[in-house]
Write a protein that binds this ligand. Structure first.
Ligand SMILES: Cc1cc2nc3c(=O)[nH]c(=O)nc-3n(C[C@H](O)[C@H](O)[C@H](O)COP(=O)(O)O)c2cc1C
Length: 145
């Protein structure tokens, strides 16, 4: 079973968080591919079972949050391929993530009402709560294919 973790980071917190997510999944026995979106070849998406994609939060700190243009442009070729329940979004931020996840879902052509799990972090470190969300995400996935 393969999980693909892709990210767009500016100063490094998001890549650190992506790395911790990847390490955790690896420790659970998953075959994990970790890559910055700019190095990721879109055709590789077809051989993954889970997609975990993240970007730092961009906006006016209290309003107008959105994924950065680079994440949007690099994510468009990956949209509409992996189902909502096999996709997890993550972000790092300082104050407020606002409409970040809603906008990420839209770019990935995931309907607003579909459930895709989300992880967010101010520190870039994986917490126990984050691990529980990841456990829930991977639970029983092995038996669904
Ligand atoms: C131009 C700019 C806009 C930002 N807007 C927000 C924001 O609206 N809300 C927020 O909580 N953090 C905001 N941040 C903080 C970043 O999301 C946060 O520092 C993030 O962890 C950076 O990730 P990176 O180290 O991977 O680049 C902003 C940072 C920058 C540089």
């Amino acid at each position: 079973m393969k999980a693909t973790v892709v990210y767009y980071s500016h100063k490094g917190k998001t890549v650190g968080y992506a790395r911790e997510i990847a390490m955790y999944l690896w420790s659970k026995g998953w075959n994990v591919s970790l890559s910055s979106l700019s190095d990721f070849k879109p055709e590789r998406i077809r051989d993954t079972d889970l997609l975990i994609t993240g970007c730092w939060t961009c906006g006016w700190f209290v309003v107008g949050q959105h994924p950065h243009r680079t994440w949007v442009d690099l994510s468009r070729p990956l949209a509409g391929i992996i189902p909502a329940e096999q996709t997890l979004f993550f972000t790092t931020y300082k104050i407020h993530t606002g409409s970040m996840f809603r906008k990420m879902k839209k770019v990935m052509q995931i309907p607003r009402e579909s459930h895709s799990p989300e992880l967010k972090s101010k520190t870039g470190r994986l917490t126990e709560k984050d691990k529980q969300i990841l456990d829930q995400f991977i639970r029983n996935k092995r038996f669904n294919f």
